[in-house]
Design a protein around this ligand. Structure first.
Ligand SMILES: [Zn+2]
Length: 246
């Protein structure tokens, strides 16, 4: 870069130019210190100002530009790598989803399905020893331990009310079944929510995959049944509909 700097006011304008260069290089502190020093020298005399400009001209602007170009190409390379990883994750997710059963198979006579195949690890009710900070002292659901990525099924038909991250619940799906009954599914895998709000689902339809998002120490489904929006014990409710949880 050719520096075209004169004395006096031109000097100050030139300094602003130097500051712009230093802003983009991230080496602002060092070069602003040089600029401040040069400014004092300029006030002393024109001769000193000229000498100062010789020094400013000696600041390796070309080297700094090269450093910026290098940083830019590093960013470009990192973006390309990220995009490649993202497309690999996307194709893995598609392969995973393709491998999952589309529905729970056998429905109960009442038309209900088991939300997941696994082992019950915690039941509904007060929880004197909180397993994790941030979880409720009253456990509003039934926990069913299952392998990460296991398929999750709608307990029965309905309309998806919520399908989104939800605080300590992690990735969360809530389905309205009518008559004031809804079921909730928490801690779904990252990228494991396979339905969206407003979607109609049939009994036992694949809605997502087991994960450990939110306040969770391992892959499991936290399953809730709500009546009028209030969580009730899901086990007897489901048992009355021909489904044993866990
Ligand atoms: Zn739970």
């Amino acid at each position: 870069m050719q520096a075209v700097f004169g004395a006096g006011n031109d000097l100050l304008a030139g300094l602003a130019g130097v500051q712009r260069v230093t802003q983009i290089t991230g080496d602002a502190e060092k070069l602003q210190a040089i600029a401040a020093q040069r400014s004092e020298e300029a006030a002393a005399s024109e001769a000193q100002a000229q000498a100062a400009w010789d020094a400013v001209d000696a600041v390796p602007v070309d080297a700094l530009e090269a450093a910026v170009a290098e940083a830019e190409s590093a960013v470009t390379a990192a973006r390309a790598a990220l995009s490649s990883v993202q497309s690999k994750v996307a194709s893995t997710s598609i392969a995973l989803i393709d491998s999952l059963p589309r529905d729970a198979g056998q429905l109960s006579q009442q038309g209900w399905a088991s939300p997941v195949t696994g082992r019950k690890s915690d039941g509904y009710g007060p929880r004197p020893n909180k397993p994790l900070a941030g979880v409720n002292e009253f456990h509003r659901g039934t926990d069913i331990a299952a392998s990460c990525g296991s398929p999750l099924f709608a307990a029965t038909g309905g309309t998806v009310l919520e399908a989104r991250p939800n605080g300590s619940y992690g990735n969360w799906v809530l389905i309205d079944h009518g008559a004031g009954v809804s079921t909730g599914y928490a801690h779904l895998a990252v990228g494991g929510v396979l339905v969206s709000a407003g979607q109609i689902v049939s009994p036992g339809q694949l809605i997502g995959t087991v994960g450990s998002t939110g306040a969770s120490t391992g892959c499991h489904l936290h399953f809730e049944v709500r009546l009028g929006g209030v969580a009730i014990d899901a086990e007897p409710f489901m048992a009355a509909r021909g489904i044993r949880l866990g």
